[in-house]
Design a binder for this molecule. Structure first.
Ligand code: NAP
Length: 283
């Protein structure tokens, strides 16, 4: 078997075109969806992520405001900026790029963002809304994974989904979203015994670990859907995921590539969340 590819670039293009149409509708009402992105320090990876997010906004008819501060910016000053953006009616979404310098309490900053503008979905109110099924913003990466499953018409009801990784931004919200679609969910982590015995039972596997070759062909049931969230570098320095793509694609039914899979979907869902924040603010 050779797995069908779930193309995150193609799906992103479709969804971003829909965002652009909805943004035009809002503009007719005098509202331009606005995202504020705050970057503190000079982490090279963060600079690339922020640049990509700002560009994606511009390409889809959203306004973005990038605020850059040097690594010595104080926590108090950052909290003051978040407070000002919370009160700015032209800003509908606020994103503080992580990681923050060590002297700043990242959780405190996230909790300072108004839940109505929490387009990253990291606020504890957003996490609580996801857990209880109330309206709120879902974290972009697992939300993008759900959109990928939706795009292939996959019915999760009664299926066994195995999520590898339990971070607050990927693994745990991923598990809740799959549960919300009536999958039976197993969450694995570094203390899981016999990962292979669990993944071999899975109809859907989401790998969100940050280590190459966490999932190999011998760990996958024929026909399973494999979603690779991981972002790693191989020996040649090229971007790769957590999944041994070449091996697993001979067994799986569907698979997401890296690059060109979950990565672009994460930014796309940020645009969707920002647009929805603006739509909710409309009179
Ligand atoms: P994280 O906070 O480091 O969490 C990694 C998780 O993997 C932890 O729960 C850890 O378990 C678990 N783990 C570690 N080794 C394991 C093993 N051998 N077997 C099973 N589980 C193991 O990472 P994250 O923020 O969730 O990100 C995960 C990966 O996704 C990273 O490569 C990151 O770069 C990538 N990512 C990609 C996107 C995107 O847009 N494509 C977005 C976000 C993240 P413990 O909890 O027990 O430590």
């Amino acid at each position: 078997m050779t797995a069908q590819i779930i193309d995150g670039n193609a799906l992103s293009r479709t969804l971003r075109a829909q965002v652009a149409v909805r943004a035009t509708t809002l503009q007719a009402l005098g509202i331009t969806p606005g995202l504020a992105v705050i970057l503190v320090g000079d982490n090279p990876a963060s600079q690339v992520y922020v640049r990509n997010k700002v560009k994606a906004c511009e390409d889809s008819g959203l306004r973005s405001v990038l605020e850059k501060y040097d690594a010595t910016f104080s926590e108090a000053d950052l909290l003051a900026r978040v407070d000002a953006l919370n009160r700015d009616p032209a800003i509908h979404g606020i994103l503080v790029q992580l990681p923050l310098p060590a002297h700043i309490d990242a959780q405190k900053v996230i909790e300072a963002i108004s839940p109505a503008k929490d387009v990253d979905g990291f606020h504890v109110a957003s996490a609580g809304a996801l857990m209880t099924g109330l309206p709120g913003f879902w974290p972009c990466t697992p939300h993008g994974c759900m959109k990928m499953l939706e795009s292939i018409g996959y019915d999760l009801r009664g299926k066994h989904a195995v999520v590898i990784g339990r971070s607050n931004i990927v693994g745990k919200p991923m598990a809740l979203m799959l549960l919300g679609q009536n999958a039976t969910v197993t969450v694995c982590h570094s203390a899981t015994r016999d990962l292979k015995a669990l993944t071999l039972q899975a109809d859907v596997i989401v790998a969100a670990v940050g280590k190459r070759n966490v999932l190999t062909a011998d760990m996958v049931k024929p026909g399973a859907v494999v979603i690779d969230v991981g972002m790693n570098r191989n020996d040649e320095g090229k971007l790769c995921g957590d999944v041994d793509f070449d091996g697993v694609k001979t067994v799986a039914g569907w698979i997401t590539p890296v690059p060109g899979g979950v990565g672009p979907m994460t930014i796309t869902m940020l645009l969707v969340n920002t647009l929805e924040a603006a739509e909710r603010s409309a009179p």
